[in-house]
Design a protein. Structure first.
Length: 318
């Protein structure tokens, strides 16, 4: 019996519930020192206490003793989920250097997918190819069943995106930036725009020039500009870059909320693995231009490890 594995499992399920050691100790009538002892692998609870812990955290006694949850991969039923983004056999080269090699990926309605990988893996190239900033060399990309090669205008009308640094007119006000997006995309729904201004918490500063905005405000304005088109697919490249913890938390909550309430699919590329783990339903790891693994975030949680641990195991062999 692996005491350390059991202890780590108890530690993780306690933290998932935002519960302190003392709170758990009070619930199962032991001392906080006993909980600390278990969580550091220096002992395990008795059978009666294991039953109590299992009941509190909605896990089984067997899962506690094994130190991991029993996991069954969730299968997506294509008959009940619309495919928003479909990539088949996509390849992209610059000169003799192949950047993307036979990429296959599906993103379903309401999905939030995290795209992660080392520098130079092909993440930004993939995003720029999806958004037609780069031409497709081989394969196909469909957005809401519109082929990017054959029906580009229709396909792009379904996308809202913010790639790398927010591309904003800094000498203009936030509202003027929105009006430009509105004009270019023939957007008529002013009520929705006003709703989104409140949603991203820019109401008090929307008439200020963007050059006076903090980085967090610029990121929120970029998100607003991406959302006013009412996209089916939202693409964000490093959306939390340079933000402080409060800004990261606010942006994360906005992305999750808009995905749930408006059923928007989200593709996020980021190096901040903790944020990807906190926000995404599925993870796609890309290395050397190829997808090396795709999995649901629950799979990592049920293994009782972090996304960072899984990433380094797959990418670095650690």
């Amino acid at each position: 019996m692996n005491y350390k594995k059991i202890g780590k499992f108890i530690l993780n399920i306690r933290k998932e519930k935002n519960m302190t050691q003392q709170e758990l100790a009070d619930m199962i009538h032991v001392t906080d020192k006993a909980v600390s002892k278990w969580e550091t692998g220096r002992g395990i609870p008795d059978i009666g206490t294991i039953k109590d812990i299992a009941s509190i955290f909605n896990v089984t006694e067997k899962e506690i003793l094994n130190g991991e949850r029993s996991f069954k991969k969730k299968e997506i039923d294509p008959n009940h989920h619309k495919v928003v983004l479909e990539i088949n056999n996509l390849s992209k080269s610059f000169g003799k250097r192949k950047i993307l090699n036979n990429i296959d990926l599906k993103l379903y309605e309401g999905d939030i997918i995290g795209l992660i990988g080392p520098n130079g893996a092909g993440k930004t190239t993939l995003i720029k190819t999806i958004t037609s900033l780069y031409k497709i060399d081989k394969g196909s990309i469909k957005i809401c069943n519109f082929d990017v090669k054959k029906e580009l205008e229709e396909a792009l009308s379904k996308i809202g995106c913010s790639i790398e640094n927010p591309d904003l007119y800094k000498e203009l006000t936030g509202r003027k930036n929105i009006e430009i997006i509105k004009m270019l995309n023939n957007i008529k729904d002013d009520d929705y725009i006003e709703k989104m201004i409140d949603f991203v918490k820019l109401r008090d500063r929307i008439n200020d020039k963007v050059k006076k905005y903090s980085l967090g405000m610029k990121q929120r304005l970029a998100l607003l500009c991406a959302l006013i088109k009412k996209p089916k697919l939202l693409i964000l490249d490093e959306p939390t870059n340079g933000l402080d913890p409060k800004g990261i938390k606010e942006l994360r909550e906005m992305i999750k909320k808009v995905s749930i309430e408006d059923n928007i699919s989200v593709l996020i590329s980021s190096h901040i693995l903790k944020e990807i783990e906190a926000i995404c339903d599925r993870i796609v790891i890309i290395k050397d231009g190829e997808i090396i693994k795709e999995f649901g975030i629950e799979e990592v949680k049920y293994k009782n490890i972090s996304l960072e641990e899984e990433y380094f195991k797959l990418v670095e062999g650690e």
